[in-house]
Design a protein around this ligand. Structure first.
Ligand SMILES: Cc1cc2nc3c(=O)[nH]c(=O)nc-3n(C[C@H](O)[C@H](O)[C@H](O)COP(=O)(O)OP(=O)(O)OC[C@H]3O[C@@H](n4cnc5c(N)ncnc54)[C@H](O)[C@@H]3O)c2cc1C
Length: 255
């Protein structure tokens, strides 16, 4: 029985994402051979990518993708993130991986209630784990024993999103109206990709960062606060923050 918390790493991404996207966009409007075009684009790719985005020519953004490794997140998060159909996922299987030792996430709202509440939550996890272990002992396959496991159970995944999908994901999930766990993950991801491709991702997050809030009547009304947080995160990223430093900042500031 172990409590775990969000751990996300940017594993890899398309080589020269900004150049690749700019090249895709420029090709649409040019008579040049691709080799020539690539040389002509080098050095001006940042400006050109921003131009493409400003006039809504977004399909070239699909030429670059980013792959993340995530652990220390709940099955509740899994249900939400896999609704994003344009992403590609590999998820640790509860059919093939039986867990003698349930690892789980404690929501911040429980932690805020104090140590006694956390202990009660842990006891509940222990009880659930004992139900699970009992079913395994009786010979149930892991795929059936898992039916008694909670939403708090940890899952691990590797997923890939292209840039167009990432921008869409950030609009929805960096938003203060998104659930806390996926929101924290989205802010971490936004910082990590910004570090690699600032021309694409600077000022990109919840919809209120780059335009009007898309939540309408349901708006949290905290656009100013979100902008301030984003500025802090940009400064952190510009100072070369590691993945670990980004996660630490997000856990402390994105509530
Ligand atoms: C705050 C919040 C609350 C939510 N609450 C609920 C809830 O209570 N219940 C619930 O069921 N879900 C809920 N969701 C999930 C939501 O409905 C979407 O399923 C999820 O956000 C994925 O969004 P998407 O479909 O735009 O993204 P993606 O699947 O990543 O798709 C990206 C974009 O591609 C296009 N696209 C993808 N597939 C198709 C297609 N088949 N046809 C046409 N266009 C397509 C669309 O333009 C889409 O926006 C919630 C999401 C948020 C952010």
């Amino acid at each position: 029985m172990t409590k775990v918390s969000l751990n996300v790493k940017l594993l890899s991404h398309t080589l020269d994402p900004e150049l690749t996207i700019a090249l895709g966009g420029k090709l649409c409007y040019s008579k040049s051979e691709i080799d020539t075009l690539r040389e002509d684009t080098r050095g001006s790719e940042e400006k050109f990518v921003q131009k493409l985005m400003s006039f809504g020519h977004l399909s070239p953004l699909e030429h670059a993708s980013f792959t993340f490794g995530v652990q220390g997140v709940s099955r509740a998060l899994l249900a939400q993130i896999t609704r994003h159909r344009i992403a590609s996922f590999s998820v640790q299987s509860q059919r093939y991986v039986a867990t003698e030792n349930l690892t789980y996430i404690v929501p911040p709202s429980v932690i805020e209630l104090g140590e006694e509440a956390v202990q009660e939550f842990e006891q509940q996890m222990e009880t659930v784990n004992s139900f699970y272990a009992k079913w395994l002992d009786k010979g149930l396959p892991a795929e059936d024993a898992r039916f008694v496991l909670p939403n708090a159970a940890e899952t691990r995944m590797i997923f890939t999103m292209n840039v167009r999908e990432l921008l869409h994901f950030f609009e929805l999930r960096c938003c203060m109206r998104a659930q806390w766990e996926i929101r924290r993950l989205a802010w971490c991801m936004a910082a990590m990709v910004r570090r690699e491709a600032p021309a694409i991702f600077e000022m990109r997050g919840a919809s209120c960062l780059s335009g009007a809030c898309k939540e309408g009547k349901m708006s949290c009304g905290k656009a100013k606060e979100v902008k301030k947080l984003d500025e802090q995160l940009t400064a952190l990223v510009k100072n070369g923050a590691t993945d670990e430093e980004i996660i630490g900042w997000v856990n402390n500031n994105i509530r």
